[in-house]
Design a protein around this ligand. Structure first.
Ligand code: OAD
Length: 238
């Protein structure tokens, strides 16, 4: 199966890669939906990952993201992140990397132009449309920081449930899917849309890399049952 996928990869002029939380599992970042260790098995997303939750309890939500931000700062990209970055450098213009992950590990491994559909946990932004006062001076250092004049809050620059994805990033990801000869779908359960829809939109072959069954297996031309940091080097190294 892996040889067949390597053959498709060798022939593909345009390759799209869609990654999810499983991509970073071997770096030590918990996934969302693992029954035991997944974040959504331990925490209620409605109380942490929505605008409503943040407005109701900004300090609790800020602290939860700060805890995850500190955790991802301590881990390292794995062999899967690294081989994707190396492949893109060796084959300019051939690979588009689309990720649902907010951990920044693809970028830290050296990938450039990553389409981060769900934002980046190490950044923050204004909760409400900023006024002139918001950007005129440093926000007050608090949890969360806030504008000293109008009280506008800083919030994590991630996409919460019920929010739109960044439009330009999503459009670029859709174009990459529609133009690709091969899409690798790595470490995602395939349940969150519109990201999962990109795999169904792919013009070319679809190869899934995941140790477990996913909601996208029916859209795949090949399913490679295994872990990202182990299988991606076998697939992508010359
Ligand atoms: P999930 O937690 O839903 O799925 C993780 C997937 O990774 C599962 O299919 C696992 O089988 C697989 N997996 C585990 N270890 C792996 C490994 N070593 N190699 C490869 N695959 C492995 O995470 P996502 O699909 O990324 O949204 O979740 C999608 C979105 O839901 C996230 O971006 C997040 C969450 O709510 C936002 O934060 C907006």
């Amino acid at each position: 199966m892996i040889e067949q996928a390597r053959g498709w990869l060798g022939a593909a002029r345009r390759v799209a890669v869609l990654t999810g939380a499983g991509m970073s599992a071997e770096s030590g970042v918990p996934t969302f939906r693992d029954a035991q260790t997944g974040l959504w098995a331990q925490f209620d997303p409605q109380q942490l990952a929505t605008e409503e939750a943040f407005r109701a309890n900004p300090t609790m939500v800020w602290d939860w993201y700060a805890m995850r931000r500190e955790m991802v700062a301590k881990v390292e990209p794995n062999a899967g992140h690294r081989v994707l970055a190396t492949f893109a450098k060796r084959h300019p213009q051939r690979l588009t990397l689309i990720t649902q992950n907010v951990d920044g590990l693809h970028q830290r491994a050296g990938s450039v132009g990553v389409l981060a559909l769900h934002g980046n946990i190490s950044e923050d932004k204004w909760l409400d449309e900023p006024k002139a006062c918001c950007n005129a001076s440093q926000p007050a250092a608090a949890r969360p920081p806030y504008c000293k004049v109008c009280g506008n809050l800083r919030r994590p620059a991630v996409v919460w449930f019920g929010e739109m994805l960044p439009l330009e990033t999503l459009a670029a990801a859709e174009a990459a899917a529609q133009e690709c000869d091969l899409m690798l779908v790595v470490g995602t359960s395939g349940v969150v849309y519109p990201a999962a829809g990109l795999a169904r939109m792919a013009a070319g072959k679809v190869v899934i890399v995941n140790p477990e069954p996913t909601e996208l297996d029916d859209a795949a031309d090949a399913v490679l049952r295994g872990k990202a940091a182990q299988l991606l080097p076998q697939l992508l190294e010359d």
